[in-house]
Ligand binder design. Sequence first.
Ligand code: C5P
Length: 201
Amino acid sequence: MAFTIAIDGPAAAGKGTVSRAVAAHFGFAHLDTGLLYRAVGARMLAGIEPVEAARTLRAEDLEDDALRTPEVAQAASKVAAIGAVRAALVDFQRAFARRAGGAVLDGRDIGTVICPEAEAKLFVTASAEVRAERRHRELTDKGVQTDFATVLADVRERDARDMSRADAPLRAAEDAVEIDTSHMDIDTAVATAIAAVETAV
Ligand code: C5P
């Protein structure tokens, strides 16, 4: 039986970790839809026209470690504002969502546009400062040279672009359960998310 859990929210709110843990808990497949936009962004940086890049995206394009850099994140949020890029990625995401055995999709517009009929919807958020602190730690741990002010400016710029675009802007679906992880550790955020899914069914 298909069962879809939609998890949306801004960058570095803990969505990815929560989504992976929720998927593991329920034994569902997981799709990080940000990777689709990152892969298109990376292909644009390599000189491919973004709509063409979205239409010809292959599964192996999603498996590149280079997709995790701040440059690719910025490129992703730029191509994500192009309606024809978003349109080219809809069918793949919807098919994934309705696969047998259940699916967790995380992104920006899963509960609002991709899967408005999802059985459970969560909106995972945190203050921009807390998110920038987490992202800064993550990048530093990976050996990337950066400072907090740059990461905070980057998070704010991406938030502003994601929330203000005309097509599928970042916002919580009306029926989404909001989880603010600003003052939660990961275990608490995951437990809160699992409890919210359980009450949604
Ligand atoms: O989640 P992640 O930070 O990897 O996403 C990268 C960018 O892709 C976001 O800033 C956003 O612009 C875009 N995105 C989107 N819709 C989604 C997932 C990601 O527009 N469902």
